[in-house]
Design a binder for this molecule. Structure first.
Ligand SMILES: [Zn+2]
Length: 271
């Protein structure tokens, strides 16, 4: 599933191709995505894209009319800019033709992705208005984690993966950052102290930034075609390493299902 770093990398890859450019055509080959792609999308034809941004895993392209094209990659989506003559792939569902023979194509085998037109301010849209802060923004801090976790019995891992608390901390990043901070994933969120949240906050920022950086340098066409996260497998500390020695203490990495997600941790290093 594309995670926040991949979405950020996608944004950085696409923005230079689309921002400032006028849309020449809109092609919807398959409208049945997570929500139907409506005819309203064709209204962007002839319009210039004013800016491109991201909120959580939603990509936002503001058009000169004031409307915004909101895209989500769902479970298996990817966006590529290709020459317009490139043969269609089976799951290329939506294409936006840009000047100079370029075309932005949404490829999404499982069709959980979305392309929506928004008229008002995107931050007020139902899908975005309840999202927690961006993890790499000033609004996200140890104090924020501490304050919003008081009295919460939920496991700290479940808590940091809740998009109402902070966006973009997917399973892999939650496992890795909890290991880096030395916090047991099952520890109740409300029992984690402020100094430990400071470590966790730093770890989340580090792991996400590193992943964005790697995504930016290793991904061609801005997205991976392999389904692998934009994060070097060899740099993973605990994720997907069940039964392998902990890189810190050599005891074996454990796996447990928590909130329906595989959770990898070291029982010795994480308390
Ligand atoms: Zn260990």
């Amino acid at each position: 599933m594309p995670e926040l770093p991949e979405v950020e990398t996608t944004l950085r890859g696409i923005a230079p191709h689309w921002v400032g450019q006028r849309v020449e055509d809109v092609i919807v080959r398959e409208p049945r995505l997570r929500w139907p792609v409506t005819h309203a999308l064709t209204e962007i034809k002839g319009q210039r894209c004013v800016s491109a941004s991201r909120r959580g895993k939603y990509l936002l392209f503001l058009m000169e009319s004031g409307a915004t094209v909101m895209m989500h990659l769902g479970m298996s989506g990817s966006l590529r800019v290709v020459p317009v003559s490139t043969p269609w792939r089976k799951h290329d569902h939506v294409a936006i033709t840009l000047p100079e023979g370029q075309q932005l194509r949404l490829h999404d085998p499982r069709r959980f992705g979305a392309v929506l037109m928004i008229d008002g301010p995107p931050e007020e849209h139902a899908l975005l208005c309840e999202l927690g802060p961006e993890p790499l923004s000033d609004a996200f801090s140890a104090q924020h984690l501490f304050d919003s976790s008081r009295g919460k019995a939920a496991a700290v891992k479940t808590f940091i993966m809740d998009s109402h608390q902070v966006v973009g901390v997917g399973n892999i990043y939650a496992c890795e950052s909890l290991f880096m901070a030395g916090i047991h994933p099952e520890k109740p969120a409300g029992k984690v102290t402020l100094p430990r949240y400071a470590k966790l906050h730093a770890a989340i920022c580090e792991v996400l930034s590193a992943s964005i950086e790697m995504g930016g340098t290793t991904l061609r066409d801005f997205v991976r075609d392999t389904g692998e996260p934009g994060y070097f497998k060899q740099s993973l500390r605990v994720y997907d390493r069940e039964g392998e020695p902990c890189r810190q203490c050599s005891s074996l990495v454990k796996r447990k299902v928590l909130g329906q997600r595989s959770t990898f941790y070291c029982g010795k290093c994480q308390r």
